[in-house]
Write a protein that binds this ligand. Structure first.
Ligand SMILES: [Zn+2]
Length: 370
């Protein structure tokens, strides 16, 4: 099973202004194949950016990482992990509060303080399992009254088959303030208690790299390490966005657009094939971005731009494209999906329609599978 590790630049959580180093988010949806939806264990996460979350102890981080990974595995957007971490902070200090592995007076336990009585969220063992607890926080749970006494049935969350709502069942939660969404799931007696945890939750999510297993093949190729040469990152001694133009190659039909030489060479080949099919060159609206340009773009576009210094545009390994490719489902876009990887170019998972930041126009140079 190949490991796919890729920190993307398209951080939604632009609030990482708090810190210069944060902002590496990675949400790689599991690729199609044997690994998909196998129910956990396919992703792992590492919280980075120590200066942001220095008061968060190691065990708390572990819980945060699990919450983030489960969000990824359950195909929830990153904002869901923010809400979940806010709740976990409030309910149990992200698991650091003493005694949470045993039921409190109401019968609640675990990081999310979920009720572990018959006809509720699950057993004590289940709700104190962070993966289970996070999953039902996101997705809710169908209760069963099978085998319960009459007294237990009347104390249950609802009738047989009732679905205790999770975050995903709250209509319009994405548009709510995260503290409000949290309250809708938890129905807490202290509805305003969650808001104060928003900044740390965002810092944790924004500073986390998630690593997912790609499911091992299925013809998708092994993009691990991008053949060892094309990994984005420092090269030629230059940092992101500081590469002099003379080290780069101009795209012949797109004046003023530059790429790393290997990426440019393969982009030229890709364009030749595209042109043979459609009769015109691939429209390039953006390519290499200097650090200063990234800062400027961030100011203008907020979450739609990467945290300055992290963009693959800053490594001269990404392009933004027009001529129809900028529309999901267009014939040009579909052709690119079918053909670009033959030339080492790829539409990253996070930019897919179901990804964390859908961008049909953004393509990256990944090199060739080993
Ligand atoms: Zn882009």
């Amino acid at each position: 099973m190949a490991k796919l590790l890729w920190t993307i630049a398209g951080s939604i959580f632009a609030l990482v202004v708090i810190v210069g180093t944060g902002g590496l988010i990675m949400f790689v949806p599991l690729m199609a194949g044997s690994g998909e939806d196998s129910g956990g264990g396919d992703c792992s996460a590492v919280v980075e950016g120590d200066d942001v979350v220095k008061d968060v102890t190691a065990p708390m981080r572990k819980n945060a990482e699990a919450i983030i990974v489960v969000a990824e595995e359950e195909k929830m957007p990153e904002e869901a992990a923010v809400v979940a971490i806010m709740v976990a902070m409030q309910e149990s200090q992200l698991g650091a509060a003493p005694g949470i592995d045993q039921p409190n007076g109401d019968g609640d336990a675990g990081v999310f303080q979920q009720r572990q009585k018959p006809g509720w969220y699950g057993t004590l063992e289940q709700v104190t399992d962070i993966d289970y607890a996070a999953k039902i926080f996101y997705k809710g749970v169908d209760i069963t009254l099978e085998g319960l006494s009459e007294a237990e049935k009347s104390a249950a969350a609802g009738p047989e088959g009732y679905h205790i709502p999770g975050l995903t069942n709250i209509d319009g939660w994405e548009e709510m303030k995260p503290g409000t969404a949290a309250q809708k799931v938890q129905r807490s007696a202290f509805p305003d208690a969650y808001d104060k945890h928003e900044s740390v939750a965002r810092a944790l999510v924004g500073g986390t790299t998630v690593e997912c297993d790609d499911g091992g093949g299925g013809g998708s190729g092994d993009w691990d390490d991008r053949d060892g040469k094309t990994k984005p990152g420092k090269w030629g001694g230059y940092d992101n966005g500081t590469i002099p133009l003379e080290e780069l190659d101009e795209i012949p039909w797109a004046k003023g657009e530059y790429l790393r030489p290997d990426a440019a060479a393969d982009f030229n080949k890709l364009n030749a094939a595209f042109k043979a099919k459609f009769g015109y060159n691939i429209g390039v609206t953006d390519s290499y971005r200097t650090y200063a340009e990234q800062v400027e773009l961030k100011k203008r576009k907020g979450k739609w731009a990467a945290t300055p210094g992290t963009s693959n545009h800053g490594w001269a390994m990404a392009v933004d494209l027009g001529t129809g490719i900028n529309n999901f489902g267009s014939k040009e876009y579909n052709w690119m999906k079918d053909n670009a990887t033959k030339y080492g170019w790829k539409h990253p998972d996070w930019a897919e329609p179901g990804g964390s930041l859908p961008e049909s126009w953004h393509w990256e140079y990944w090199g060739y599978p080993k």
